[in-house]
Design a binder for this molecule. Structure first.
Ligand code: HEM
Length: 404
């Protein structure tokens, strides 16, 4: 039963479980037609999702490795600045991917997430101070979006004088699936690329203990990063780390507010917090599907025949709702154990920022609920609006009452 599942509308995002169950009945991989992407096969089970992401022999990220010349031709006609950003490690296969990943892993390791905790707490407290004393607040912009943006500015080691400009620009680029939004952002991309080139050069202003300097100095047996690669890497960190964390924080707050029993359980026992963040990751699943993969050759997989070049995506939200892996998957249970969700992907492209995202979400939830113990949704749960988005589960607003 191809092409008949709605996975884009606000209605799907409000309650994806019934659609996911119907998709699974249609088989472990189902054929869909999606906006922008076109014809694509989506996985519906935990097993098929993990297999797709781990099997680099049969599935590749770069369509050029599956016989397609389209991307190569598009890159040739794109202005050089945009072309360099498009060639980041998330779009590459090994060995190119491995070389870049080992360099960024090294740079990330220099700043342990535990050391960043006090800075993230400070950022969260500063943002919450701004809404203190108000009866109501819209948390999406003021907290859920601003927190990861502020954290990445500090982490990168950008001079403070540039933070507001930088955050303003990045904060506006919220819908990278919308081609018009991306085109409107193009002039800003030029300015941003030039800025990043300048700031990352020796003496350019980036702090020596930040990630930009660490990336500049990273070296492995495979060499170091060129300036183009460094700029592309920083853009990838924005692209992969901002919207994702924003919607995990927002979705996590929402999930706890619509499950008051689970929230009371958490207030009574703070040791449940790490498990609560994992359950928010599974149940909210802000990144619903990965970037596309392509079949390297004609093959048979999951009981079907596929052709070289066929396009697939790992449907993480379906994997997280697979009853073969999770008991009562539709139930939000902060004590769920084990919780082998796939919200950060798996295989060689496994999320680079998973520890940072966990730490930011944990701190965001802890600080918010500690400061506003009476917080609740300002509208009835059925009036909460979700965005019409492909692949990202995004609340449109998060209006809350802060006091009784
Ligand atoms: C809730 C927050 C986040 C979620 C749910 C998430 C999810 C994911 C997923 C599913 C992938 C794999 C994509 C694929 O295989 O096609 C990925 C990759 C990646 N993520 Fe995250 N991410 C989050 C936060 C972050 C943060 C905070 C950063 C960095 C600041 C980050 C950096 C990356 C990078 C660089 C990759 C590409 C890794 C590679 O190609 O080797 N992510 N993320």
């Amino acid at each position: 039963m191809p092409d008949t599942f709605d996975i884009v509308s606000p209605g799907f995002h409000a309650d994806p479980f019934p659609t996911l169950a119907r998709m699974r009945q249609a088989g472990p991989v189902v054929r869909m037609r999606l906006p922008i992407l076109g014809r694509i096969w989506l996985t519906t089970t935990h097993g098929a999702t993990a297999e797709l992401l781990k099997d680099g022999e049969h599935f590749v990220r770069d369509p050029g490795n599956a016989g397609s010349r389209t991307q190569e031709r598009v890159l040739k006609v794109l202005p050089a600045t945009l072309g360099l950003l498009a060639k980041n490690m998330l779009g590459l296969d090994d060995p190119d991917h491995r070389r870049l990943r080992s360099l960024v892993d090294q740079a990330f390791a220099r700043q342990g997430v535990a050391e960043l905790k006090p800075m993230i707490e400070q950022v969260a407290d500063r943002l919450l101070e701004r809404i203190e004393g108000k009866p109501e607040a819209e948390l999406m912009q003021a907290y859920c979006r601003d927190l990861p943006l502020s954290v990445i500015c500090v982490m990168l080691g950008l001079p403070e004088k540039d933070h507001d400009w930088f955050k303003g620009w990045l904060g506006n680029l919220t819908d990278t699936a919308n081609i018009w939004a991306v085109l409107r952002a193009v002039p800003g991309v030029w300015r941003m690329v030039n800025y990043l080139r300048a700031v990352s050069r020796p003496g350019g202003g980036a702090y020596p203990d930040g990630l930009i300097s660490a990336l500049r100095e990273a070296r492995t047996e495979h060499g170091d990063l060129s300036e183009d690669e460094l700029v592309a890497m920083i853009f990838l960190l924005f692209g992969a780390g901002q919207e994702t964390t924003t919607h995990l924080i927002a979705g996590g707050i929402w999930a706890l507010l619509v499950h008051p029993d689970e929230r009371d359980r958490l207030s009574a026992d703070a040791s449940l917090m790490p498990g609560a963040v994992e359950e928010c990751l599974r149940w909210v699943c802000p990144v619903q599907m990965t970037k596309p993969r392509f079949a390297r050759a004609d093959m048979e997989w999951q009981g079907r025949r596929f052709r070289r070049g066929d396009m697939f995506a790992a449907f993480l939200t379906a994997a997280n709702a697979d009853p073969a892996k999770f008991e009562e998957p539709q139930r939000f249970d902060i004590g769920r154990h084990p919780n082998p969700h796939l919200s950060f992907g798996t295989g060689v492209h496994f999320c680079l920022g998973f520890q940072l995202a966990r730490a930011e979400t944990r701190i965001a939830l802890e600080r918010l609920f500690a400061r506003f113990p009476d917080i609740r949704l300002a509208v009835p749960p059925q009036d909460i609006a979700w965005r019409k988005r492909v692949g990202i589960r995004a609340l449109a607003h998060l209006r809350v009452r802060l006091s009784q």
